[in-house]
Design a protein around this ligand. Sequence first.
Ligand code: ADP
Length: 626
Amino acid sequence: MASVANTASAPTTEEILAIVRRFWGFENLRPLQAEAIRAGLDRRDSLVVMPTGGGKSLCYQVPPAVAGRTDIVVSPLIALMKDQVDALRACGYPAAALHSGMDPAQQRQIEAEIAAGNHHLIFVAPERMLTPRFLELAHRLRVSTFAIDEAHCISHWGHDFRPEYRQLAELKTRFRHASVHAYTATATGRVRRDIVEQLGLSDPAVLVGSFDRPNLLYRVIPKLRVDEQVEETLARHRGEAAIVYCITRKDTEAMAEYLRLVGLRAAHYHAGMEPEERRRTQDRFAAEEIDVVVATVAFGMGIDRSDIRCVIHSAMPKSIEHYQQETGRAGRDGLPAECVLFYSAADLLRWHGLIERSAAQAGAPADVVENGRQLLEEMRRFATVVRCRHAMLSSYFGEEYPRNNCAACDLCLGEVEGAADSTLLAQKILSCVARVEQRFGVEHVVDVLLGADNERVRRLRHNELSTYRLLHNMPRKNVTNAVYQLIDARVLERTPGDRPVLKLNAASWEVMRGKRAVTLIEAKKPRAARTAMEQAAWREVDEALFESLRALRREIALERGVPAYVIFHDSTLRELAQLKPATMEGLRNLRGIGERKIADFGARVIERIAAYERGKVNVGGAQDAG
Ligand code: ADP
């Protein structure tokens, strides 16, 4: 049924681009943004699925600005709303949020602004959306378009189910002529169908973007001494933003402590902290006071820093969806970023234990537990199968990967090598399992192989076995990792339960008889040098000027009390440090600076570049003179 408000002629592409240029300074729309914006303007229900960093927000920000109306965005977290409103205001775009963090006077003021039609977008939490007070306001404003951000929160098949989202099913009955537009980065078909059904979308435009993130470099490295490995990885990203994910709260605290000891600006973050403390960490990260956050999965949704250059998983996450979401926080500005997963099957087994325990406690139905196991298995496959990581992720999300060599994963870069003597090493480990009569766990077998001189080994007279000390010249972590790789490769079994024991299977005997080869992956250090992709992103960029502009960005952000990335993205700073515009006119040709930002900060940027250039001349002159 045609709506009352929808009688004006449809805006042209040129009109849409004029708005995009004016507020954001972008020259083009990305794939699918045009279609999604069109759905918003036509007020046809839609489901838009794009990976993190794909540019979903623009899809619901543009239509109300083009149509001159007020739309509502439902968003799950206050931090997310605040960030978006800050970023929009810095572009001169009128938007407001109503949330529980405001005092009543502030709320009344915002409500008055909204009622006066001053804003294009209003951000609200799902529980507020359906309060009588807010419904009344929305009706009074004749709101006709709703955007649901992070729409997967409505589905309990997703990884972030929020019961409050379920109430949004009422939107379609309470606003009979309104269109509803769902946005998510979660790609599984089941969740998508659930979103459409729960929200009651009618004949929605379903727009699914590509899930590949070409600017992300994926590495999976056998996990040995993980704190040192994390430190080495972060050394490639000195002074840059990074997130390190851990499984447990305790792990985050210990890792953050270690990183501080080695001189990094790091803090931990998990759901067990006081809300105040959590917010402080988040704020310090946004303000660039700390570079590294070590976190559990609890850290993520509210964090919108676009210049995260590195995401590390110190242990494997429990599903590819989690992995994709968490690594997706890297490089949202489109510049190269590195994602490293330190993998050990020991963590896989740890997850199995955690799932079983929490299922037993919560009385979860069998299919939920089974679902959890399958997700883990997919994640394990991702970490262990020797195939381009971009291609693996694409195929998991039902896409065909178009290239043979992505040039952006450890496999395609030729960094992954099997140890030359893999099969021999496997034979040694397996024969030790045979010698101890398949009655012991990983630790004891490793003890024997290393030649440990402890009470248990002596009592069992395992120091007399032929396999005793067979691997005494290898570091313990490497032997343990090799054992878990054999379990992963299914040429060795580990019994379930509290006291797991290593057992041989038919494949083990084939290996021992030399009828089957095994490839064990070595933890090679990635080259410290930048990859070709990273080099390209720095080409002709004056890095010292980039740092100077970064400092200016921090200054401005501090003055305005907003996060630095709200002022400019790194991509804009790099372009500035490459082109070094000397006039306001020169700024207009840059990406990511709209009219408001030119008016607000343009002069300071030009001045900073000029001062930098003068400084170079002076320094050079002084050298010449000396
Ligand atoms: P999502 O919500 O899908 O995770 P965002 O909306 O935050 O992604 O967009 C990711 C980044 O891409 C932001 O830095 C945004 O400014 C930028 N971006 C979005 N659309 C465009 C565009 N058409 N041209 C250039 N940059 C864009």
